[in-house]
Write a protein that binds this ligand. Sequence first.
Ligand code: GAR
Length: 192
Amino acid sequence: MEIKKKKVAILASGSGSNAENIVNYFRNHEQIEISLFIANKKDAFVHERAKRLNIPCYYFSNKQFRETQEVKDFLVSQQIDFLVLAGFLLKIPENLLKVFPDRIINIHPALLPKYGGKGMYGEHVHQAVVEAGEKESGITIHYVNENYDEGEIIFQAKCKVLSGDTPEQVAEKVHALEYEHFPKIIEKVVLG
Ligand code: GAR
């Protein structure tokens, strides 16, 4: 008997390197498929990656996310089971949280609860970590709730921040942790 695969949608706002890494991990997976990407920026590089990867990538504006049911209706019509935020910078609206309770996860490029919240994304996070003289940083994978970066933590991994490291160097170490762990944690969580 053929198993019905769990369908995952990835939401991204920028480059999409995590999205690409996740797609590569789940190619030929027996129980999980990455069905589509959603981007809230028309010119985000994730659209190019999607083309190359042969994954459909749909644009929805911030207004559509915040003020309409269109995103939710679309995801339901595509029979999506699970949402993964990979560099997605818009707050998830309540209608999506309702339809996907405990089925939305995010990755944050720091050790939450430090360096989280509105405006704390990408380079801003690494800049703040370096300026504060932190000795370590890392990644946090967590469930998404109605507040930025406050949902239950699923997994964290650490890397060293050496004195003299630039934000770019910290970003590189953090990206390496993201690529190593995020797909495996998605697999665990989606399969329960
Ligand atoms: C990743 O480092 C991710 O952790 C971060 O944005 C980057 C996206 O890179 N997310 C946040 O800062 C969320 N607050 P990518 O587009 O190349 O995957």
